[in-house]
Design a protein around this ligand. Sequence first.
Ligand SMILES: NC(=O)c1ccc[n+]([C@@H]2O[C@H](COP(=O)([O-])OP(=O)(O)OC[C@H]3O[C@@H](n4cnc5c(N)ncnc54)[C@H](O)[C@@H]3O)[C@@H](O)[C@H]2O)c1
Length: 355
Amino acid sequence: MARLLITGGAGFIGSHTCLVLLEAGHELVVLDNYANSSPEALRRVAELAGPGAANHLHVIEGDIRQPGDLERAFTAGRAITASAQSANAAGIDAVIHFAGLKAVGESVAEPLRYWDVNVTGSRQLLAAMAANGCRTLVFSSSATLYGYPDTVPIPESAPVCPINPYGHSKAAVERMLADVAASEPGWRIASLRYFNPVGAHPSGRIGEDPNGIPNNLFPFISQVAVGRREQVQVFGGDWPTADGSGVRDYIHVMDLAEGHLAALEVLLAGEDQQLTLNLGSGQGHSVLEVIRAFEAACGQRIPYVITSRRSGDAASTVADPGHAKSLLSWQTSRTLQEMCRDGWAWQSANPDGYR
Ligand SMILES: NC(=O)c1ccc[n+]([C@@H]2O[C@H](COP(=O)([O-])OP(=O)(O)OC[C@H]3O[C@@H](n4cnc5c(N)ncnc54)[C@H](O)[C@@H]3O)[C@@H](O)[C@H]2O)c1
């Protein structure tokens, strides 16, 4: 058992990861300001994790940019009784840092907000970690760092060339983490570069619930399927791909959640280290392929229209996940059909999300 601080734990990826961590027997302190989530997600996580799980899930409403809120979270960690295996007598053993803003278009319109929440927020978190003697961190990075990749599948050694403020903010945090790790011994850090997380827990009780118009394909398709939106816009039908639509590497959010558990276990078992790992399936699926798979899952037609390409998109973005496989002994196991089935289970049972 480890005592873990999960920032942004009420969000899409955070909530699924909290469930996997509770099921693995860890004690969690979640810090979230609900800027893009609902406390209901964590209530359902506790319900899914089974009787007594709520006693192991300590929720604090607060902002990662506020030192006082971070201190409350570390104080809550100290209040949890340490087990024999717990490495850090001072409290929290490790942090998984999901909290942040993630909408590319919004980041172009409001770059300072992205630098503030994603970069200043991470800086405040690192300072609080150091002050509390906690130097083990799993960070939510993104494949958006690769910009327009030269090589597909993309290895971690590919150049970091983000093309929007969201990507710049993630690159800045990765840089900050490298500087901090080099400044003193003891840091164990994993930056996980996610590809396209989709789907939901198979129960349909928790899932992705974006505010406003979804930025990503999957929640858009599921909102069309449930009647909340009229049709899917496919940006570009003339990409150099098999059917002309863009190709992405979709990863089931439960596979991604299990990837966090694997990374955490490797960090907690090891010495000082800094890992940078792609978390993806290594398989590409086109937008039209995803629409067809979702139609099969929900049993209805998904209306779509092909429009012009969107600036900032690449033809194909697929991970080389070999490094994560060898270092974490982890790989994805869920198919596109399962992503669609579980995403539909969530959306059809919760047409308005957690509201
Ligand atoms: N979903 C994706 O496609 C994707 C891809 C690559 C990387 N990521 C990264 O993964 C992380 C989690 O993504 P997600 O899809 O779960 O997003 P999400 O918006 O569902 O979750 C983020 C959580 O952070 C919280 N939060 C935001 N600002 C905060 C602040 N200042 N203080 C405390 N809490 C705050 C939100 O309320 C939310 O619960 C993000 O850092 C995101 O950039 C996501």
